[in-house]
Design a protein around this ligand. Structure first.
Ligand SMILES: [Zn+2]
Length: 166
């Protein structure tokens, strides 16, 4: 069993640019299982590897396409196309208790690898698209408040710095 732990702002691992996954193997599959448990315990809808201290390019997200409890893993994910701007109210397991509205693309075309090493290309809309963008940002060291307009961003960071930086 692999023990994983949620990294909370301002942990510096959340600010690193993650490296491409080289091996899709049994170890990754085990990490995926642990991430699913952690995400469900925390009642999250997405969780990226840097949030558990692994600076590699993969994340998990709920499958919003049906009512199942399925969780999808996205390995070496990329956005190929993006359009339709929407505002989404977001939070983050690494910044617990704080929410704000950020602009995202409502439609994206993405590429990623699954656990069997197969390359998938899919179109995502709405929540599936928004969560994908939020989690992909984590792989580049970007947190959702970074995407707020300047004044709101300053206020947000002032608040969370006060709460989490000790
Ligand atoms: Zn997040």
């Amino acid at each position: 069993m692999i023990n994983i732990e949620l990294k909370i702002y301002p942990d510096e691992l959340l600010r690193k640019v993650s490296k491409e996954v080289k091996n899709i193997d049994q170890k990754l599959s085990k990490i995926y299982d642990e991430m699913c448990i952690l995400m469900n315990n925390e009642k999250g809808i997405g969780l990226a590897a840097p949030q558990i201290g692994i600076n590699e390019r993969f994340f998990i997200s709920k499958d919003f396409s049906n009512d199942s409890d399925k969780t999808i893993i996205f390995i070496n994910p990329e956005i190929i196309e993006a359009d339709d701007i929407v505002e989404s109210k977001e939070g983050c397991l690494s910044i617990p208790g704080h929410y704000d509205y950020v602009k995202r693309n409502n439609r994206i075309l993405v590429s990623y690898f699954d656990l069997s090493g197969k390359n998938e290309k899919k179109e995502f809309l709405d929540m599936q698209s928004i969560v994908f963008q939020h989690e992909l940002d984590h792989l580049d060291g970007i947190l959702f408040p970074d995407r707020l307009p300047k004044i709101r961003k300053d206020i947000f960071f002032k608040k969370i710095d006060k709460e989490f930086k000790k």
